[in-house]
Structures are given as C-alpha cells and as structure tokens.
Design a protein around this ligand. Structure first.
Ligand SMILES: Nc1ncnc2c1ncn2[C@@H]1O[C@H](COP(=O)(O)OP(=O)(O)OP(=O)(O)O)[C@@H](O)[C@H]1O
Ligand SMILES: [Mg+2]
Length: 265
C-alpha cells in the first residue's frame, strides 16, 4: 500500500454469475482527499461502493483487493472488520438510513460513545458541536427531534454528522443529494466538502452521475464506464480535456445547460 492511502482498490472485479459488472478496478484515496466516482446509470458505481462498504449482495462474486487503512476488507462483513478499517457511509435515502424511533441526539451520541469512548454527557455535548459545525441547530429541541420531524436537507446533514461521528478514515457517499432541491444540494455538498478538506479529515469517495456535484466537492475524478475506470485525474484536467466519449458528452451537456461555450468549462 502506498504510504498514506486510506483506501486502496486493486484488481477489484464484481460479477453476478458469469456476468461481470465491474472491473478490474485500481485506484486509491488518501486521508483528506476528495475523490468522485462519476459514471452513467448502471456503470457499476453503487456496486463498487457496496463492495468497499461490505454491503454487497452475497450473490455477487468479488475478487481482487480492497484495503482500508492497510487492512484487507473485501468479502469481510462489517462486524468482522477491524475497528480502524471501518468505513462510514452517506446514502441518498435518509429515511431508511436513520432510525425513525430514536431521537437525532441519541443516534448521534451512540457512535460517539462507542467509537469515541465518551460518556453520555460528553457525547451529547459533542453531538451539539457537530450539528452546529454543519449548520444545524445544536438545541435541546433539535436533539430531541425524530428524523421525521426535520426536512430532507436537514436529515441529510444529520447523516453526514453521523458519518463524522463514526470517526472513520474514509466516508463513502452514494448519491447523497439526488433527492434534494438544487439549493439544498449545494448546502449539503458544501458541508461534506468542508468536513473532508483538512489533511487529517477522513478521505471521501463521492459516488454520483452529477458533474456539478463532482465539481463542487472533489479535487479528483474517476470516470467509470461499463465497470471500468476510463479516466482518472484532477477534475480541472478532465473538464478541460475529456478523452472518453462518456466524459465528453457529460461536459458538453453541462456546458449546453449553462449556455457556455465548450472552452469555458
Ligand atoms: N442484485 C443484482 N443482481 C444482478 N445484477 C445487478 C444487481 N444489482 C445491480 N446489478 C447490475 O449491476 C450493474 C451496475 O449497477 P449499479 O447499481 O452499480 O449502477 P450505478 O452506476 O450505481 O447506477 P445508478 O447511477 O443508476 O445508481 C447494473 O447493470 C445492474 O443491472
Ligand atoms: Mg447507484
């Protein structure tokens, strides 16, 4: 493993029976690096994320290597993974990511107590601080709320707070803003970027088909087409000099949408 890689994917292949869905894939992410996995619908983004997270269907055949913080985790279910190889996740569907019967404060306190070793009072104080740091109220009333009592954008920020509370070295966010309006999308993406930007922040793998989300948050892009990485580089380079037909179409569509001449992108 390269010295500072938090995630290293090497020769990853995912198949259902004889149908190869993904691979072979090779890439790595450092702590504090924000990388986008960008691709069309069906290109294999969520399958790749699920293999990294340990949430892939048992019917999928996975081979190759996925190392988190130096530990091999491919085909190892989440409870069996070492503590320092855990990966936090943020999904599109916030309703099912959060427990509807447990208050937001109690859900945030749980990982802070379990992984941070905090007592109840310290966990509650830290939950408040986390909420405030991502633009949510740190009030008793908000902590007592159930997930159903706050808006979709607030719920997604709570999910980001929850991912941060897990104190992992890597966060995987699969289409975290697709269900939100564009203004709320921008707010949530800015929070995600702000909390993953310092050198000691967790690394971020943002899975999306949305080029504007990638541009807003990430410094590097991996373009996935039919289960293979067809481009990997700094986002500016890929926007200015797209090589693969999928990337060219994506950039052209984004420019058309903004009524920009192609060379301004
Ligand atoms: N349980 C499954 N059994 C068989 N094939 C599957 C299964 N789940 C997904 N696939 C196939 O794997 C391929 C990749 O799916 P995946 O969900 O990774 O796409 P994606 O890039 O995340 O797309 P989207 O942008 O629509 O979320 C698809 O062709 C899909 O049909
Ligand atoms: Mg998907």
């Amino acid at each position: 493993m390269s010295e500072s890689a938090m995630l290293e994917v090497e020769g990853l292949r995912i198949a259902f029976g004889r149908r190869e869905i993904v691979g072979p894939l090779d890439f790595s992410i450092r702590r504090g690096e924000r990388v986008c996995l960008l691709g069309a619908s069906g290109s294999g983004k969520s399958m790749t994320a699920a293999a990294i997270l340990g949430l892939i269907s048992p019917r999928a055949g996975c081979s190759g290597h996925v190392r988190v913080n130096g530990h091999e985790v491919l085909n190892i279910r989440v409870p069996q993974r070492p503590e320092d190889a855990r990966v936090a996740m943020v999904f599109q569907d916030t309703q099912s990511a959060l427990n509807p019967l447990v208050s937001i404060g109690a859900q945030l306190a749980e990982p802070l107590r379990r992984h941070g070793g905090l007592n109840a009072a310290a966990a509650r104080a830290e939950a408040r601080e986390l909420l405030v740091s991502i633009g949510l109220p740190g009030t008793d009333a908000f902590l007592r709320s159930s997930p159903a009592e706050v808006s979709g954008g607030q719920r997604q920020r709570v999910c980001i707070a929850l991912a941060l509370a897990c104190r992992t070295g890597l966060i995987v966010a699969d289409e975290p803003t697709t269900a939100l309006d564009v203004v709320t999308q921008a707010q949530v993406l800015d929070v995600l970027k702000a909390r993953t930007s310092a050198p000691d922040s967790p690394g971020l793998l943002l899975v999306t088909h949305d080029l504007s989300a990638a541009m807003r948050v990430c410094e590097r892009v991996l373009v996935l087409a039919e289960g293979r990485i067809v481009e990997d580089g700094p986002i500016g380079d890929i926007l200015n000099r797209p090589r693969h037909p999928f990337t060219c179409d994506l950039v052209d569509c984004a420019c058309e949408g903004l009524h920009l001449p192609r060379e301004v992108a």
